[in-house]
Design a protein around this ligand. Structure first.
Ligand code: PAF
Length: 510
């Protein structure tokens, strides 16, 4: 494919009209560094869309004339870097092209007041309005499917997500983690203007943020005053240093798990920003839904893709049911039940087929718990208060430090009500019966007539939804996905997109 450089807006619009494929758009202001390279190559590797990089120094987002004049300009090198990192087209418009003086239709946008009233917005009047205006203009010209942005400018990312949402643009925003230089400072086009002394100061600042993050892991709190004192002792001029909610940029609530510690400092003429995300525990995804909704398959794939632990709570109820039958326990008798619950250990272990085996009191029951015999009693057993209490505690122990995706019927409501992402996966009874019938794992289902299976599913739904203890209900904050007509991969991708919307990429790689 021939690489293209387009300089005129009309030319780009003409080219766009004739293009059949989708576009990944990577907006930049030039002076490209490894952070931009990573954005361009990530977009290239994500899909087979056209990769378009724009290079445009947007005067509207500079609140200071000398900053605009001193902004590094390295166009020849930028072209080389863009193409070698995976750009197919580079758009390099002139200011008059983006903001033609004779065009009264240019829409000057205002950034979300909520999001731009914090952090950088406090001292950079009009900056985010300028960013919104140029990005909106570029999106209208380029009409991309995906917009790629760095998490280094986290507030900008939130404001642009809000812009896409409020203007109902059909564009997905993809982000990549902040890229850092060998000495830990975030890569930024302005870094080349730093003197050695200034660079030392920003290194100190970034390192203090990192120390705060590591301390937070142990202590679950930070001391802003102490950090400010240490920075001031180094004569670092702090513009702001804030510990906030990462998505609203408002003050934190006690129960918030993820937060952002963000700061801006001044080094001579240069202003630099950096941030870290803090977590009390790693993220949790809760996937609930009725039998046969595709939960297990989807959850396993998500765990694999996101490198999260897979917690199959249904298998725990099934394993317990298996043991109660094997030990001939009359589970309706509280004493007998409590006696056995005292000595139960359920463990998951990865097996050679990259699946998990379930062990209950050292018996490997992976296969046997899928029989129709277990399917027919597990709902009754899991409705018993003592059973639920015991297993919910076990599940919480496994999920104490997070980093997992759990599937079940009461994960989002009872087990992990504080999960970052809650999904309620469902499908029509017809669809679920069909799936169950062709499910190789549920051995006996193959022998049962489809109509009978539908009856069994209806019965199970009724029992699950009407039991006294932790009935199957959708959590208020769960997102419902009806999987009829969708392939497994489509459902998995949808959930991963939702996860990416809720969890910064920077946290996902920790
Ligand atoms: O992040 C940047 O480089 C700029 O703010 C952007 C998004 C290219 C808009 O000018």
């Amino acid at each position: 494919m021939k690489k293209l450089i387009i300089k005129k807006t009309e030319e780009l619009e003409e080219w766009r009209r004739n293009l059949k494929s989708n576009i990944n758009f990577i907006p930049t202001m030039g002076n490209l560094h490894y952070g931009h390279q990573k954005l361009i190559s990530t977009a290239k590797n994500d899909n087979s869309n056209f990769n378009l990089v724009s290079i445009f120094i947007n005067p509207l987002q500079f609140d200071n004339k000398s900053d605009l004049e001193n902004y590094p300009k390295t166009i020849d090198n930028d072209i080389k870097i863009s193409f070698s990192s995976g750009a197919d087209v580079i758009f390099i418009p002139a200011t008059e092209d983006i903001y033609p003086s004779n065009n009264k239709n240019i829409k000057f946008l205002k950034a979300s007041i909520e999001l731009s009233s914090a952090l950088c917005g406090l001292n950079r009047t009009g900056h985010f309005d300028g960013v919104c205006t140029v990005v909106y203009r570029l999106l209208n010209i380029i009409k991309p499917k995906n917009l790629y942005l760095g998490e280094k400018d986290w507030q900008q990312l939130l404001i642009l997500k809000n812009l896409v949402q409020t203007n109902k643009l059909n564009i997905s925003i993809k982000s990549i983690p902040t890229q850092r230089d060998f000495d830990g400072i975030p890569l930024s086009s302005r870094n080349i203007n730093l003197s050695q002394k200034e660079r030392k100061l920003i290194r100190f600042f970034s390192n203090e943020l990192l120390i705060a993050k590591n301390n937070f892991k142990k202590e679950k709190k930070i001391n802003l005053k102490e950090i400010t004192k240490k920075l001031s002792e180094e004569k670092i001029l702090i513009e702001y240093l804030e510990h906030l909610h990462p998505y609203t940029l408002k003050n934190l609530e006690v129960d918030d798990n993820i937060s952002i510690l963000a700061g801006a400092i001044r080094c001579g003429e240069i202003r630099l920003i950096d941030h870290v995300f803090l977590m009390k525990r790693s993220p949790i995804i809760a996937i609930d839904g009725p039998a046969g909704s595709g939960k297990s398959t989807v959850t396993k794939l998500i765990a694999n893709k996101l490198k999260l632990l897979y917690l199959d709570t249904g298998a725990m109820y099934r394993a317990l049911s298996w043991l109660l039958i094997k030990e001939k326990i009359d589970y309706k008798k509280e004493k007998q039940l409590n006696n056995i619950l005292k000595d139960i250990s359920i463990v998951f272990k990865s097996n050679t087929n990259s699946n998990q085996d379930v062990f209950i009191n050292n018996y490997c029951v992976t296969e046997e718990i899928r029989s129709q015999k277990i399917s027919s009693i597990v709902s009754q057993i899991s409705a018993i208060k003592e059973v639920r209490k015991f297993l919910v505690e076990e599940q919480r122990k496994i999920g104490k430090s997070g980093g997992l995706v759990a599937e079940g019927r009461d994960i989002g409501t009872t087990v992990f009500p504080d999960a970052e992402l809650k999904i309620f996966l469902t499908a029509s009874i017809d669809e679920r019966a069909k799936r169950r019938k062709s499910d190789k794992k549920s051995k006996d289902s193959n022998e049962i007539d489809l109509n009978k299976l539908k009856e069994l599913i209806k019965k199970r739904d009724f029992e699950d939804s009407n039991r006294e203890s932790s009935p199957l209900i959708k959590a208020n904050d769960a997102i419902e996905i009806i999987t009829d007509g969708f392939s497994i991969n489509e459902v998995v991708d949808k959930i991963i997109d939702l996860y990416n919307d809720k969890i910064p990429k920077e946290i996902q790689i920790q």
